[in-house]
Ligand binder design. Sequence first.
Ligand SMILES: *[C@@H]1O[C@H](CO)[C@@H](O)[C@H](O)[C@H]1NC(C)=O
Length: 611
Amino acid sequence: MAIKENPGDQKTRTSLLLVISSGLCLIFYVLGAWHRSGPGKGDSIAIAIAEKADCTTDLPDLNVETHHDMSASIDESETRNFEPCADNFTDYTPCQDQRRAMTFPRGNMVYRERHCPPDEEKIYCLIPAPKGYVAPFQWPKSRDYAAYVNVPYKSLTVEKAIQNWVQFQGNVFRFPGGGTQFPKGADNYIDQLSSVVPISDGTVRTVLDTGCGVASLGAYLLGRNVLTMSFAPRDSHEAQVQFALERGVPAVIGVLGSIKLPYPSRAFDMAHCSRCLIPWGENGGMYLMEVDRVLRPGGYWVLSGPPINWRTNYEAWERTKEDLGEEQRKIEETAKLLCWEKVTEIAEIGIWRKRINADSCSLRKDQSRVSMCSSADSDDVWYKEMEPCITRYPEVNSLDEVAGGELLQFPKRLNSVPPRIASGSISGFTAESFQQYNKLWQKHVTEYKRVNKLLDSGRYRNIMDMNAGLGGFAAAIESPKLWVMNVVPTISDISTLGVIYERGLIGIYHDWCEAFSTYPRTYDLIHADGVFSLYQGKCKMEDILLEMDRILRPEGAVIFRDNFNILIKVNKMVNGMRWKTKMTDHEDGSHMSEKILYAVKQYWVGGSESA
Ligand SMILES: *[C@@H]1O[C@H](CO)[C@@H](O)[C@H](O)[C@H]1NC(C)=O
């Protein structure tokens, strides 16, 4: 890697600075260096962008010779090299492994829920990319195309052929924007919804799509500035969620089974199911009660497909009138118990609305018919069993007050004080400190962008923040070119995920001592702020780092922000995982014990020994 010619005055720079600059260039050069070029593949796009990266970056404040003892990094022990796993591990999802799943009961989809390997079955090798792997297409092309080599499963094109989900064309998949329930395309379907649900003005910003297929709804809602958290189980339709993420659309592996959904209460502005195969009428209405928990007061529930409009469709669906009629009756009954208002039915779409507070529901006053949840904390959901009970609304003082606080339309919602903070329910945060917190993250992200020029380019689309706090990183980096999965670790002292949703961002609870509910190679950029301080003494550092390597795309990047002594250890370990790294000071100077470690995962694939 040659450094570009600099103007004369730059010669006065210290050689140290040159070393640092070229070091940084080297990392970002790695982004493009291993790409296999070829027409029609995503990699050529990635190369074009990588070439635009400015390697003459001026980095006057950067000083790796910190006041800390750098000799700590010259550890005598050898770096442990992690070897590639066998090639059949390319799509390994540790907590949704087919063979482990089959040892669990099928009833209530328990076998499709998270079942993680115990410590003695954890693997300590690197998940290989399939041979020929290319960088995915850039958004918005990725919405419609994915490279076959990256997701080599044709089963969906066959099984769902008539339903127009995916087509196979040469070496790429094409997504025509169809879905089982949207024969005229997802955009047309969204237009139908918009005639009833306020989708276009920022009132509906966060959507939960249960049983999402290849997430075409989420893909097209992005065009309306609406963020969708889509989930589907890892099942016989190979890799639906993998397709979604390959397309650059947020999704996780998940199922509505016996465990509560990993989202806080009052999070989503809309929940959606189109032919999602969830038995809404069964188990005493428990699944609808769980949807009600995560739905914001005033939020919408959309159900399209069976049993809606069964009188017209029962023959096409090959089901009896009695069966479908009974299913709808049960759904309507539970909706009444939940005190949802039936808004309308248009064609095969049924739309309900959750009332804005408990007082506006007379039935709720007679609580003898409904069983209210006793749990004091409706956000305490990680591995907690789902129960057939109704989550209480926060109290209100008048009939027209929105329980839990009214939200502004997006984007105003992003940086205004979220109701959970205004009400003082997030200990340690006030309206004022929230604003300071946001300023701090704007400063951090400005610094990240200064070092990694690709952050703003669209090169990184699927972004994960492993320890998202109040969503400061995601809010500061917010752009239509990318989306952020904001993870709130279950071991955090305070549960901040509700705030993240109130800002119009999406996220999920997770315990980083276990594998994340996603396929390998699904994120372009991972931000790890304080993760290794938080998990010290909780599980092995390599467990978390190997999981990061699994979910990171080849040539994807990581930004660690942590204590210097911790980053030294992280640095050593990831160097044995084929990552290139560079440590820099905090933007406030070298006296800060917090440092930043930039890393890039090298390109390598299975079946070959090295890069
Ligand atoms: C890969 O194959 C090996 C040997 O047959 C087997 O032990 C292992 O469980 C397989 N792994 C996966 C993820 O299928």
